[in-house]
Write a protein that binds this ligand. Structure first.
Ligand code: SF4
Ligand code: SF4
Length: 335
């Protein structure tokens, strides 16, 4: 169970504050990766000069002043950055800190980072060859599994699975694997980025899998997504009843320190102004968020889960707060 830091409850109050301010931050430390996942546009990009440790600190200070509570680091593959322990340490002093990794380097580097993590997400997209095929590197499933087994002993950990047209049949097997390993699994649905392979699942097959996952969730299987997450997608994509998207709750920062607006998906992760150069509060207040409320194009849990949070729904409050499962909204930004 993830530990809940004392400032978390204050941050949660912001989820229903009338003022639009981000509560969650996601930061891509780099685009480079040691895998080549079919649905991913990021490893295909060249990294420009990355932020220095001092610039990372400037970014974290700015986010802290803004009142951000949850900080999620991702990539590319964050463990490729040598200064990752120092960056995580800075973050851990200020925020509930999580990391998304593909797990290949966990065996080599977990000891350096473990004390600075509140939550670790490890991406896994199938069992054995299915995972290797989607992720583009033979043998990666075994290495990732080995990393999960090492890390789960010392940090709260969830498998992060992106549902694609190639692994829908294995969703339940991944739930079973999570149960066997005694970790959680968080699902996302692949989005068709213009610069990656089109891997989003076939619509009718996806509906059946989402219904099944919702059923398994209700049965108490170790699925991190709330049941409302699955219900929101089923209602919107199959019955025309949209959820209200609140992308302003999550701020994303690219490897150059630039803010990605309005969300991760719509501009395909291209930032504009560097975070320490602008007045974010004014930007957030003046930005036209309204037009994105009914977008419903993606099912990234880092946007969808906080968007559907409501104090009037007891099961969400219980799961997120009473059960200390607050980390569910902390990231899994991406894959
Ligand atoms: S999805 Fe993640 S692990 Fe796969 S290539 Fe992209 S950044 Fe790397
Ligand atoms: S639903 Fe639309 S506005 Fe909301 S995060 Fe997804 S792409 Fe962005």
């Amino acid at each position: 169970m993830a530990k809940v830091k004392p400032f978390i409850s204050t941050g949660i109050l912001r989820l229903f504050n009338r003022k639009k301010l981000p509560v969650i931050a996601g930061h891509k430390l780099l685009y480079s990766c040691n895998l080549k996942c079919k649905m991913c546009p990021f490893w295909r990009r060249k990294d420009e000069k990355l932020l220095t440790l001092e610039e990372e600190r400037m970014m974290l200070r700015k986010l802290s002043e803004l009142g951000v509570i949850f900080m999620g680091f991702e990539g590319g593959e964050p463990l490729l950055r040598k200064d990752l322990p120092e960056i995580l340490k800075e973050s851990h002093e200020r925020f509930h800190t999580s990391l998304v990794t593909n797990g290949l380097l966990l065996k080599a580097r977990f000891n350096e980072i473990k004390k600075y993590l509140d939550y670790l997400f490890v991406s896994l997209d199938g069992i054995g060859e299915t995972h290797d095929e989607i992720r583009g590197v033979k043998g990666s499933f075994n290495k990732t599994l080995e990393g999960i087994k090492i890390a789960k002993e010392e940090v709260s950990l969830a498998i992060s699975t992106t549902l694609t047209r190639e692994n829908l049949d294995e969703a339940e097997k991944i739930v079973n694997l999570a149960e066997e390993l005694d970790v959680l699994v968080n699902f996302q649905v692949a989005y068709d980025y213009s610069t990656a392979d089109k891997m989003s699942p076939e619509k009718e097959k996806l509906r059946k899998v989402l219904e099944r996952l919702l059923y398994l969730k209700k049965e108490g299987k170790p699925i991190m997504n709330t049941k409302e997450y699955f219900e929101a997608i089923l209602n919107s994509w199959y019955k025309g009843v949209p959820w209200t998207c609140k992308p302003w709750l999550t701020i994303n920062i690219d490897p150059q320190g630039r803010i990605v607006l309005p969300c991760y998906v719509l501009n395909e992760y291209t930032g504009s102004k560097r975070i320490w150069e602008i007045d974010i509060k004014s930007l957030w207040e003046s930005y036209d968020w309204k037009k994105y409320e009914s977008c419903n194009k993606c099912a990234l849990s880092c946007y969808l889960e906080p968007s559907i949070f409501t104090w009037s729904n007891f099961s969400i409050v219980k799961e997120r707060i009473i059960d200390g499962m607050i980390s569910i909204i902390s990231t899994s930004l991406g894959f």
